[in-house]
Design a protein around this ligand. Structure first.
Ligand code: NAD
Ligand code: TYD
Length: 354
């Protein structure tokens, strides 16, 4: 078995599905079912004995220790986190609690289990820390993309909490010998992403006739990575990555936010033209910028490509089309994600017209 944390979230659910599509090794999936989780993302696994879902918190050491001893996983893929920058600006506390203190608690539970394993199983064990390019900070236009050697210069509370978690993992490897690896990926997009994030927010706002909010001048740059490419990278790093190493994962697809919103509008104009005519572009609105907004992220994934033979397979154009089509054809998932407290967040962040 492997143990996955945060497997009811966006990347976690995609990873669980991708993993079980490629091999029969089972997964214990621990998720506290926070606001961004959606059990519907894993509905196709109902009744599949390879997937054990556990509703729980990674900080619950009694629960996690019991799971480790019952299922005896050979690896932990740690994805559970609070993940939205704007929420971390609004209220950093859950980011400190879940991303730093939660990771610490999980490390301690795993360390105790791992130290009790026979020596050969200790050596074969892996902790894979799923991190972000945001720990590196922001790049000027034209500066070389982040390599793994770039120092950590996190700028948002979210990025700082992820950098802190990465440092804990590094220390548990260095001090205790826990066989850990870290991946740092760029902005993921694809099916099952909670609609507070830019691309699904644009799709769903467009369809419901709401403004498409672009922060500031919209010339901030992100590198976009299709989630399926990221899941394959995680599998490859787990399989063949060098213990102690960090691997950047990027889509090699840098885009300004304005280019992203334009691409979403062009696709929607083709796939579901507006009832009243005109383009979805008419809904674009520039709104106040995010405080401390990082200007540019760009990732050099050369190490992963050269050492492990990974390369992104899905271009931004084809990945975005798949993503838009997925949101158009999954209304049950969408209505679950947008019900409940989501409306409160949208009202607080964008005002009542958002
Ligand atoms: P998400 O917010 O969609 O999902 C996170 C999941 O973690 C949720 O299901 C939530 O319930 C769960 N969770 C949070 N705290 C928990 C806790 N204490 N115990 C158990 N479960 C908990 O996030 P995502 O976009 O899927 O991101 C997954 C990971 O990838 C995160 O670590 C994030 O930092 C990292 N990452 C994401 C992106 C991106 O573009 N989405 C980019 C780089 C890195
Ligand atoms: P986001 O999906 O929140 O990811 P991150 O902040 O981790 O990169 O945002 C992606 C980009 O889109 C980022 O530059 C902020 C911008 N953005 C907007 O312009 N408007 C929005 O409403 C949101 C949510 C994001």
């Amino acid at each position: 078995m492997i143990l996955v944390t945060g497997g009811a979230g966006f990347i976690g659910a995609n990873f669980v599905l991708d993993w079980l599509a490629h091999n029969d090794e089972g997964i214990v999936n621990v998720d506290k079912l926070g606001y961004a989780a959606n059990r519907q993302s894993l509905a196709t696994l109902d009744g599949d004995p390879r997937h054990v879902f556990v509703h729980g918190d990674i900080a619950d050491r009694v629960l996690v220790s019991a799971l480790l001893h019952e299922y005896r996983p050979r690896a932990v893929i740690h994805l559970a986190a609070e993940s939205h920058v704007d929420r971390s600006i609004d209220d950093p506390s859950p980011f400190i609690d879940n991303n730093i203190v939660g990771t610490f608690a999980l490390l301690e539970s795993v360390r105790a289990y791992w130290q009790g394993l026979p020596v050969d199983q200790q050596a074969a064990f892996r902790w894979l820390q799923v991190s972000t390019d945001e720990v590196y900070g922001s790049l000027d236009a034209g500066a070389p993309a982040f390599t793994e050697a770039h120092r950590c210069e996190p700028n948002s509370p979210y990025a700082a909490s992820k950098a802190a978690a990465d440092h804990l993992v590094r220390a548990w490897h260095h001090t205790y010998g826990l066989p850990a690896l870290t991946t740092r990926c760029s902005n993921n997009y694809g099916p099952c992403q909670f609609p507070e994030k830019f691309i699904p927010l644009l799709i769903l706002n467009a369809l419901s006739g709401k403004p498409l909010p672009v922060y500031g001048d919209g010339l901030q740059v992100r590198d976009w990575l299709y989630v399926g490419d990221h899941c394959r990278a995680i599998r490859m790093v787990l399989e063949a990555g060098e213990v102690g190493a960090t691997y950047n994962v990027g889509g090699c697809d840098e885009k300004t936010n304005l280019a992203v919103v334009e691409a979403v509008c062009v696709l929607l104009d083709e796939l579901l033209p507006r009832a009243g005519g005109g383009s979805y572009r008419e809904q674009i609105e520039h709104v106040a910028d995010r405080p401390g907004h990082d200007r540019r992220y760009a990732i050099d994934a050369g190490l992963l490509c050269d050492r492990l033979g990974w390369a992104p397979q899905v271009s931004f154009d084809s990945g975005l089309r798949k993503t838009v089509e997925w949101y158009l054809t999954n209304p049950v998932w969408v209505s679950q994600a947008t019900s409940g407290a989501y409306a409160n967040w949208v009202a607080r962040q964008y005002g009542s017209g958002g």
